[in-house]
Ligand binder design. Structure first.
Ligand SMILES: CC(=O)N[C@H]1[C@@H](OP(=O)(O)OP(=O)(O)OC[C@H]2O[C@@H](n3ccc(=O)[nH]c3=O)[C@H](O)[C@@H]2O)O[C@H](CO)[C@@H](O)[C@@H]1O
Ligand SMILES: C=C(OP(=O)(O)O)C(=O)O
Length: 426
């Protein structure tokens, strides 16, 4: 099993290229199921979840190709497609549930394994099921699978008003894709507003879908009879961007993030500025950039995770690592997932002072962390341990980094280019 060996204490300097967003690329790969035409995605991040999604699409009979550098992918979902997502693949990646909407909309049937819980929480898919039922699907849960088909006498899903009990990102994406090919109008209320939703909607519009209101909590979709192929550029990964911003803020240094979108990360950038880091954003000849500079200890910041545009749960662990070596005491409240403090015990092994009580972690900033062997428990927990390792005195070994590889494109190589002492050991 691969590990990361990090020798902490080096400030970071230079330029990092931000990759395409995992959480946009995954639904966009599934959107290729909506048409028999070729779909091309550019700026696809090279990471394990993308490889798993490709395997899943391959297993259904989709013809997939990757360009030499791995950031271009094309898909052709001509008939026949086997509309099934097996447990073996779904269990390693929850985003596999995103095939449900496209399969039902185009083929009228789907058999998709229930994803089950994961380290950060129970993560049910009841809202996905309810929404698809509102659009005319019949769904039974049999032997751990959602077995979905159209109601008798129907040849397509139909439009519906769907108001979910809570804001769900992949739920909204499943409904968007299903509604794009449904008969009539769908209104999504309480829709997620994440930039990845808007990016998917823009891709669907390029395929011929009629969608309005994406980026707000009310999305209107007028179903069309068929969608066509398209070429789409995956939006920049705001969580990778935020992870690098926190790493530089924690270690000190001066780094330019190429293609980072500050407008997608305002809640995090506001906190970094309040903490005392300098963050500037703009556009140059190569496109969007974010420039971050930091020196000395920052001021700890309290925050509460909420849906976009609030502070992202996917940045909670990384910002907590920064808080753990900042001046003062901060309160971190996690409102999205019930078990997303798995990194706390590992940060404590590195010398952090953190106490949790239910949804709240109280972090008392310390002067320094000390290197130790720690274990990654989930994707963003891994990133927080890397940040802590970059500031800790001496050597830190981060074990079980297969979690990190799920969602970061060449993280250690990127960190090395800006001066980190980090290597992968097998
Ligand atoms: C591939 C992807 O895009 N993953 C992101 C997506 O996950 P994902 O889409 O799975 O997360 P959701 O937005 O659906 O989850 C939000 C909350 O709703 C609950 N819920 C959700 C659906 C449902 O049917 N029933 C239910 O109870 C969840 O357990 C959670 O407590 O959004 C999360 C919240 O921003 C991010 O952390 C993940 O990185
Ligand atoms: C929780 C995450 O991803 P997923 O929904 O794929 O588990 C994440 O990206 O932090």
């Amino acid at each position: 099993m691969d590990k990361l060996r990090i020798t902490g204490g080096r400030p970071l300097h230079g330029t990092v290229q931000i990759s395409g967003a995992k959480n946009a690329a995954l639904p966009e790969m599934c959107a290729a199921l909506l048409t028999a035409d070729a779909v091309t995605l550019n700026n696809v991040p090279r990471l394990r979840d993308v490889a798993t999604m490709r395997q899943l699409l391959d297993s259904m009979g989709v013809h997939t190709e990757t360009s030499g550098d791995g950031v271009g992918m094309s898909f052709r979902a001509g008939d026949p497609i086997r509309p099934e997502a097996s447990y073996d693949l779904v269990k390693t990646m929850r985003a596999s549930v995103l095939v449900l909407g496209p399969l039902l909309a185009r083929f009228g049937q789907a058999r998709v394994s229930l994803p089950g819980g994961c380290a950060i929480g129970s993560r049910p898919v009841d809202q996905h099921i309810k929404g698809m039922q509102a659009m005319g699907a019949e769904i039974d849960v049999e032997h751990g699978y959602m077995v979905a088909r159209l109601a008798p006498g129907r040849s397509r899903l139909h439009g519906a008003r769907i108001a979910t009990d809570m804001v769900t990102v992949t739920g909204t994406e499943n409904f968007l894709m299903a509604a794009a090919l449904a008969d009539g109008e769908t209104l999504l209320e309480n829709a997620a507003q994440e930039p990845e939703i808007s990016d998917l909607a823009e891709m669907l519009i390029a395929m011929g879908a009629r969608i309005e209101g994406h980026g707000t909590s009310r999305i209107h979709i007028q179903g069309v009879d068929r969608l066509k192929g398209c070429t789409h550029q995956v939006v920049a990964d705001r969580i990778e961007t935020g992870t690098f911003l926190c790493a530089v803020a924690a270690t000190g240094g001066d780094v330019r993030l190429r293609h980072g979108r500050a407008d997608h990360l305002e809640a995090v950038i506001d906190k970094l500025r309040e903490a005392g880091a300098t963050v500037e954003a703009g556009k140059d000849a190569e496109g969007d950039f974010i420039h971050v500079r930091s020196s000395g200890r920052l001021k700890a910041q309290s925050f509460r995770t909420t849906e976009y545009p609030g502070f992202p749960t996917d940045m909670q662990a990384q910002f907590m690592a920064l808080n753990s070596i900042s001046q003062g005491t901060s309160k971190v409240t996690e409102t999205i997932f019930e078990n997303r403090f798995m990194h706390v015990n590992e940060l404590v092994r590195l010398g952090a002072h953190v106490q949790t009580d239910g949804k709240v972690a109280v972090v008392e900033g310390v002067d320094k962390l000390q290197g130790a062997t720690v274990m990654a428990t989930d994707l963003r927990a891994s990133a927080s341990l890397v940040i802590a390792g970059l500031v800790a005195e001496g050597e830190t070994i981060v074990d079980r980094i297969y979690h990190l590889d799920r969602g970061y494109d060449q993280m250690e190589a990127k960190l090395r280019t800006i001066g980190a002492d980090i290597e992968r050991v097998r």
